[in-house]
Design a protein around this ligand. Structure first.
Ligand SMILES: NC(=O)c1ccc[n+]([C@@H]2O[C@H](COP(=O)([O-])OP(=O)(O)OC[C@H]3O[C@@H](n4cnc5c(N)ncnc54)[C@H](OP(=O)(O)O)[C@@H]3O)[C@@H](O)[C@H]2O)c1
Length: 234
């Protein structure tokens, strides 16, 4: 199951997982023509679900809609994310202290930090039904506290740092059940959020993400790694 599958990394995750034969639950908050186009080639292996990760009502409705359609979720990738009200793509110079607002701070936190945790909370019964449940929260090096030396990115960086620590707590709680929860960064990717000058294509990033996710073991619970499996600084 992948959230935020209308475009960017979420859409590419759905595309590559379908291509390798997985059954995919792809969620979007609004109609998604690019995802619809994938449905044509993959019939029943693609389940599309409406899910706004910032809305509790939507999370509850999406979970209810999936009950009885699939009996388990092996891998949940929380990919849906928002950057800033001030810039569409990553730009620390456009997201400075004197312009950040309460509305932006809370909205970005709601989508990037609370969203993945509450989606996971509500779909956990289906993850528990898998013999090898994996919860992958897409974070960012921008959320690394120890790497933060420059300004900007107040809302986004704080939301990802919050996601990191909540994922570590969740990993510790779920480890006794054999469920692996962790945070991963996809690298710097040419999506709407990453911007046109990013170093990786969505195809490259997602190839690495899926390969690394496939190799996860219980030792990876609570870690922060990149799309190639390299440890990241907290
Ligand atoms: N691109 C990078 O370089 C990079 C680097 C580090 C981490 N990441 C992380 O990787 C993840 C995917 O990023 P991306 O580059 O693919 O971003 P993107 O191209 O901007 O796509 C963002 C996705 O999130 C969805 N979304 C936003 N708010 C949502 C909400 N409230 N409910 C449900 N879906 C929502 C968008 O849906 P709509 O189409 O409806 O807006 C879209 O599908 C994010 O968590 C991001 O923080 C990206």
């Amino acid at each position: 199951m992948v959230t935020g599958a209308s475009r960017g990394i979420g859409l590419e995750l759905a595309r590559q997982a379908l291509a390798r034969g997985d059954r995919v639950v792809a969620t979007t908050r609004q109609p998604a023509p690019d995802l619809d186009a994938l449905a044509a080639g993959h019939g029943e292996r693609l389940v599309q679900l409406r899910l706004d990760v910032g809305s509790m009502e939507s999370i509850i409705d999406a979970h209810a809609a999936l009950e009885g359609v699939v009996d388990r979720i092996d891998i949940l990738v929380n990919s849906a994310g928002a950057y800033s009200h001030q810039s569409e793509h990553w730009d620390p110079d456009a997201t400075l202290f004197d312009t950040v607002t309460q509305e932006e701070l809370l909205e970005v936190f709601r989508i990037n930090a609370a969203g993945p945790m509450l989606v996971t909370q509500h779909f956990l019964n289906l993850i528990r039904a898998s013999p090898r449940g994996r919860i992958v929260n897409l974070s960012s090096l921008v959320g690394s506290v120890s790497s933060k030396t420059g300004g900007g990115d107040y809302a986004y960086a704080a939301s990802k740092a919050a996601l990191n620590i909540m994922t570590r707590a969740l990993a510790a709680e779920l480890a006794p059940e054999g469920i692996v929860a962790l945070v991963m960064t996809p690298g710097w990717v040419r999506t709407r959020m990453g911007g046109p000058t990013a170093t990786l294509s969505p195809e490259e990033s997602v190839r690495g993400l899926l390969r690394t996710i496939g190799r996860l073991t219980t030792r990876d619970a609570g870690t922060f790694i990149d799309y190639q499996g390299k440890q990241q600084p907290w």
